[in-house]
Each structure stands twice: as structure tokens, then as C-alpha cells.
Write a protein of this length. Structure first.
Length: 464
């Protein structure tokens, strides 16, 4: 029998980082590898992560203000999360078997029903946020099928995933390269926060099945106008339209409330969740739905297996999520997000006042924050473009990328723009302390006070 040349798990710690980068470029994605190398991230081999910090093979201690794009609300490798997973495996608990009912899955669903408002009751578990949103759309459309309602309304700022269905309901601001793929029919885009447009189409049409949106536009930390969510939901109820709120990024305490829809004083019909529910260790997502919707769809005996998934609700993932929710509850992480978020915003405003030539706006709802910089081309101007002809098209996001790169190289702080326009998200773990916020603000002050032209030129020359 043929033997394969497989690398052993025990060999990984001895791999040189250049070899790791080589594997990534050859077998995963050379474009992403190049981008991370330009920013200065790829060259460092992370050997340990704990709390707010990452540790490199060369001995660098890096403060993480990225927060895993809201996955790491509990920080890295929370000791209670590690213990929960160790105990699950030490006792050889049942991981997956469709013939039995899992006590872990059942208790997780019960705990979620405790945390959500009382009329959200039935949960479905899967693996990713996009899968959760797909499932939510399916149950909503199944519920509305007998009423000949089949149109999905979404907002221009919403982001709900990269599958075919979720791309089709992610807004024009949030869906780069959507035009490369065929979209599902029956989706209608409206402006985020514009109640008049929704009122008009909900009055004119009787085929609207469901609205899907983020209660707070998460990556921009943008709240809708006061009263918007309440009025939108009132119109939904009046016209028999269901409302899905996507809490995948903003949920479980990040905004200083358990869920961002609480700022709108509403209880949606369906809520999707993921990211931090896994405590930084488990890939788990899902949705929770009101009982009258569930009972009319999958609650019927003949329909109970219409929407299932192989790896949804694995034992260890559910055990991890149970502990993650208890940590949020026991350690007051929602309140810490509110208190530290207020302080973070005050310090971001200080930087905006000091550097108005760079910073256009700052926002933070709890620890869901962002710097909105002025357009990179406007900041650097014609002199910069003259140095490197043909650069203008590639300047989007250059300024925040330069800032993020310098924060990492000079101050050992991890934050990442993701190339989105001219925004720099600020999403530290909910365990962050005031002193760590001070260190971050001091480092930002130092970077913005430097010769930005030279920083951007250095980064650009790396690209070239």
C-alpha cells in the first residue's frame, strides 16, 4: 500500500516560518500571503496566545486590538474555556451521533432562550454565520410560502456572508466582487436607516416576506437613526413581514448590551449568531426563532428534518459555547464592554480633535469601534501619486493599512483594516482593561504624529 509523505503534528513546532509561508502560498492563497507579508504580519510565527496578548517565536509580546473580528470576546485561550474542553475529552463524552439527543445541545439551547427575550425560543445550530443566515432565510420563506410572499428586503450596508444567498442579501457597500456571481432572485435593497423608503415599498407591495439587517452596522460601528428599528419592525408586523436581525458580529456583549437590537427596543422574529459564542475555540453558529414561526415550519412532524446539518451542534462545540455564555454572565463582560467602550470613545475623540487632517469620524458602541479616516488619495495628494505613477486606483485603504503596519512594527499592537475603504476597526476582547486602552491610544498618537507620507511610501514600495 502506498505511503504518503505527510508532515506529523509533532513536526510543526520545528518548521521555520519561511517554510510555513511557502506552504500557505503554494497550497492555500498566495494573494493573502503577499498582503500579510507587506503589512509585516506574516514574518512572525505565533507560538502562544493568552488573554489580550500574542507571543512570537522571537519573544515579541503583541497586544491584540483586533479581537479576531469579534470572535475573541473572551480573549485568547480563556482558562475556563480550556478546562471545559479538557474535561469533555478526558471523560470521552459523546461528540456526534444522530441516534441520541445530546445533553450539551439541549442545555445550550435552553441557556440561549434564557439570554434572549422570552419569546425567542427555538434554536438551530450550524458552523458559520453565513450558514446561520441561510437557515434563517429558509425558515422565514417557508413560513411565508402559503401567503405567496417570497421577496427578501436587505439594506445597502448589511453584510451577511459569502455564500450565494448571503451575498444576494449583503448590501452594495459590503459585497465586493458580488458581480462575479449569479444572485438569487427576489431580493430588494433599501438604504440603511431610511424608514421612508421601507414604508413606501411595504405599502405598495404585498409579496415582501422578510427583512434581514444588522441592527448596528458592525464594521462601521454605525447606529441607525433613533426610532428606526422600532418603526421598521412596526411596519413589518403591520404588513405580515418577518424581521431577521444578524447579531453575528455585534452579539453577546460587544456593544455594551447583550445584543445590539436592544438599542432599538425591539424583539426580532429571528436572530442569527456566531463568532464569540464559541469562546474563541469552537466553530459554532445558529439562529433562534419565535415559537409560532417554528411550529408552523419545522415544528411539524413531517417537516422536522427539512433543514439539518452534519456538524451542527457537536458535543464539544456546544459544551464550549455553554461555558462561553456562563463566563460572559459571571465575569460581567457586557458591563465591562459598556464602561471600557465609553472610555475608548472619549480617547478616540481626543485623537480626532488632534489629527483632523487624517481622522474624519470616530465611533464606538461598547467595544465595537472604528476610525473613519479621510480618503487616502486626499491625504497623500498629488506629490505621492507622482512618485509612483498608476497608483491612484490602488490607494483605497492605504492610509489605515500604513497605520496598522506601523502599530505592529513599532508598538507590538495588532489591528487590521482588512482593506475596507478608509476604516480601521477597533474591536478588542471584552476583557480589555483601561491601561491597555491607554497603551493603544498612546501608540496611535505616536503613529499619527509621524511623517505619514514616509510611512505610506514605505508600505507602497513593499507592494511594488
Amino acid at each position: 500500500m502506498e505511503k504518503y509523505n505527510l508532515t506529523q503534528l509533532s513536526d510543526i513546532s520545528d518548521l521555520a516560518q519561511q517554510e510555513v509561508i511557502g506552504y500557505y502560498k503554494k497550497y492555500i492563497n498566495p494573494g493573502i500571503a503577499f498582503f500579510l507579508k507587506v503589512l509585516g504580519f506574516a514574518q512572525h510565527k505565533i507560538v502562544k496566545s493568552e488573554g489580550m496578548y500574542l507571543y512570537t517565536e522571537s519573544g515579541k509580546k503583541i497586544m491584540d486590538f483586533l479581537g479576531g473580528m469579534s470572535v475573541l470576546n473572551h480573549g485568547h485561550n480563556h482558562p475556563r474555556i480550556l478546562k471545559a474542553r479538557r474535561n469533555f475529552n478526558k471523560n470521552k463524552r459523546l461528540e456526534i451521533c444522530k441516534a441520541f439527543i445530546s445533553q450539551y445541545q439541549s442545555v445550550l439551547a435552553k441557556n440561549l432562550a434564557e439570554i434572549f427575550p422570552e419569546n425567542l425560543q427555538y434554536s438551530f445550530f450550524c458552523n458559520s454565520g453565513a450558514e446561520a443566515n441561510e437557515g434563517a432565510l429558509k425558515i422565514a420563506l417557508l413560513y411565508q410560502r402559503t401567503k405567496s410572499k417570497d421577496k427578501v428586503v436587505y439594506t445597502d450596508l448589511g453584510y451577511h456572508g459569502k455564500t450565494f444567498a448571503t451575498m444576494s442579501v449583503s448590501g452594495s457597500f459590503s459585497r465586493p466582487h458580488r458581480e462575479l456571481f449569479k444572485q438569487i432572485p427576489g431580493c430588494i435593497e433599501i438604504p440603511f436607516g431610511d424608514i421612508d423608503t421601507f414604508a413606501k415599498i411595504s405599502k405598495e407591495r404585498n409579496d415582501l416576506a422578510v427583512v434581514i439587517l444588522e441592527a448596528i452596522k458592525a464594521d462601521l460601528a454605525l447606529l441607525p437613526p433613533p426610532g428606526y428599528l422600532k418603526e421598521l419592525y412596526s411596519l413589518c408586523q403591520k404588513n405580515g413581514i418577518l424581521l431577521i436581525v444578524d447579531e453575528i458580529f455585534a452579539g453577546f456583549g460587544r456593544t455594551g448590551k447583550m445584543f445590539s437590537f436592544e438599542y432599538g427596543d425591539i424583539v426580532p422574529d429571528i436572530v442569527t449568531f456566531s463568532k464569540s459564542l464559541g469562546g474563541g475555540k469552537a466553530s459554532i453558529a445558529g439562529y433562534i426563532v419565535k415559537p409560532q414561526i417554528f411550529k408552523k415550519t419545522y415544528g411539524q412532524l413531517g417537516n422536522c428534518t427539512i433543514h439539518t446539518t452534519t456538524f451542527g451542534g457537536l458535543g464539544e462545540e456546544c459544551a464550549t459555547a455553554i461555558e462561553a455564555l456562563n463566563i460572559i454572565n459571571d465575569d460581567g463582560l457586557v458591563e465591562n464592554a459598556r464602561v471600557q467602550g465609553e472610555y475608548l470613545l472619549s480617547q478616540m475623540r481626543y485623537l480626532k480633535a488632534k489629527y483632523p487632517q487624517y481622522i474624519k469620524e470616530v465611533r464606538s458602541v461598547g467595544l465595537l469601534g472604528t476610525f473613519q479616516f479621510r480618503n487616502s488619495a486626499d491625504i497623500f495628494g498629488p506629490a505621492f501619486l507622482k512618485r509612483i505613477p498608476g497608483l491612484k486606483k490602488g490607494m483605497t485603504g492605504l492610509f489605515p493599512a500604513a497605520v496598522a503596519s506601523e502599530l505592529f512594527k513599532k508598538h507590538n499592537i495588532l489591528i487590521y483594516s482588512g482593506g475596507k475603504e478608509d476604516y480601521l476597526p477597533v474591536n478588542p476582547a471584552l476583557i480589555v482593561k483601561r491601561g491597555e486602552i491607554d497603551s493603544f491610544i498612546k501608540a496611535m498618537d505616536d503613529v499619527l504624529g509621524r511623517n505619514i507620507f514616509n510611512l505610506a511610501m514605505k508600505l507602497t514600495l513593499n507592494v511594488v
